[in-house]
Design a protein around this ligand. Structure first.
Ligand code: LLP
Length: 402
């Protein structure tokens, strides 16, 4: 039974810190990390937390304590990771569409780098030649992931160097004497089917013989976690078995063993997080009963951006009679969290908990409508600690030239 915060703990946090509020459960992150690490202990594996999901430095520090490494998608994330105490050798930077100067900054910091364009690869080769081992992000032309917006490996995706451009990659590597240590793919998010990873590995098998100095196969992230009741997370034990068999049954590069890298975001932090909001207005239109909360797509954009389902509970009236509600925010455009959802009777002032808010929740929040970003709290060993203050009016003016 996965660890969950109790209703009382969530209500206490709402009372102490106010709403809207993000609450993270530290031990739940550790549980997910250990599940993954133990499943993949049958292979030489390193796990890098894809911190774009949630970058609060207190969370980063906690994740470092669990023994996990960190994957970054911008040089600022690299700086946050170093700030949180990760050693450069524990930090991976997988870039996309960036100016070469950002890669230089990452190289100055001494972190692992995956490059995703021929242009960046050539510039990297000219500057560092063989002296800095580097990874190449390959676009395997595989369609995977929960929806098109979060699919990244298909044949019209902007990510990675298309696998069919192998000849150009080889020329760039040869001309610049590059040390290619890693081949990387990341095909998408919300992947439940282990075969997607196997398909990806099979694409990489074709490439491996072309890179004799290869040491690492990086299969990215994308492991599915349950969002809706009854959904299951990807079975990581079976996944590890399948991946092991795929490697064992293929005589790649004369039986050479590779280290495997993964970059999970959602798997580690989605379920640890809850967004708590207070019901401000009930509006019965006859056809629909709306419950508006003191939050919106400015705080949790996933329902509007991806039609994502987030489980909702009325934690302040758990015994209330079930009724259908359309839960919205207070933003001046349509910001529906859930339509016709069965919830325990809602009264104005009740506290709703939005589940799976750890990954891409606060991280994608904004100040749209000049509203404040929520505070963040981490509960560890049963103790709630404020890890980000709620915005104040000064924050809205801070960078404006007055
Ligand atoms: N590695 C790379 C190179 C990535 O681009 C991503 C996510 C990950 C790892 C981690 O994927 P995860 O394990 O979290 O699925 N905002 C969207 C998800 C976008 C993911 C972008 N890349 C959402 O809320 O569903």
């Amino acid at each position: 039974m996965p660890l969950q915060l109790s209703r009382e703990e969530l209500l206490d946090a709402a009372r102490e810190f106010g709403t809207p509020l993000y609450v993270y459960h530290a031990e739940r992150i550790k549980e997910q990390y250990q599940k993954l690490a133990s499943a993949f202990s049958i292979l030489d594996t390193d796990i890098f937390y894809a911190c774009k999901a949630l970058t609060n430095v207190n969370v980063l520090r906690y994740i470092r304590e669990t023994g996990c490494n960190v994957d970054c998608s911008s040089v600022n994330e690299v700086k946050l990771a170093l700030h949180a105490g990760f050693a450069p050798s524990q930090v991976l930077y997988t870039s996309n569409g960036i100016a070469f100067s950002e890669i230089e900054e990452a190289a100055d910091a001494g972190v692992h780098i995956n490059i995703d364009s021929l242009s960046n690869l050539e510039q990297f080769g000219k500057k560092y030649g063989h002296s800095y081992p580097v990874g190449i992000r390959i676009r395997p032309n595989i369609m995977a992931g929960g929806n098109l917006k979060i699919s990244t490996g298909h044949d019209t995706s902007k990510f990675g160097i298309p696998v069919n451009q192998l000849q150009q990659i080889e020329e760039t590597v040869r001309q610049n004497n590059l040390f290619i240590r890693t081949l990387h793919i990341h095909t998408g998010s919300d992947i439940k089917d282990a075969d997607v990873f196997v398909q990806g590995i099979e694409v990489l098998f074709e490439l491996i013989p072309h890179f004799p100095e290869l040491e690492v196969i990086d299969l990215g992230g994308g492991f599915k976690v349950p969002y809706e009741p009854g959904e299951e997370e990807i079975n990581v034990t079976q996944l590890a078995q399948k991946i092991k068999e795929t490697f064992d049954n293929h005589p790649v590069a004369g039986g050479k063993k590779f280290r495997l890298w993964f970059e999970p975001g959602k798997f580690l932090v989605s379920e640890c997080g809850y967004m708590l909001a207070e019901v401000t207005v009930l509006k019965d239109t006859g056809a629909i009963e709306f419950a508006a909360v003191n939050s919106g797509l400015n705080h949790l954009i996933r329902p509007m951006m991806y039609d994502a389902y987030h489980h909702i509970e009325n934690i302040s009236n758990p015994g209330g009679k079930k009724k259908l509600y359309t839960v919205t925010g207070n933003i001046c455009e349509t910001d529906t969290f859930a339509s016709n959802r069965e919830l325990n009777e809602i009264r104005e002032g009740d506290i709703l908990a939005f589940f799976n808010a750890g990954a891409y929740g606060f991280e994608m929040a904004s100040n749209y409508n000049s509203r404040f970003k929520p505070a963040e709290v981490m509960i560890r060993d049963g103790r709630a600690q404020l890890i980000r203050q709620r915005d104040t009016f000064d924050d809205l003016l801070r960078k404006q030239v007055l």
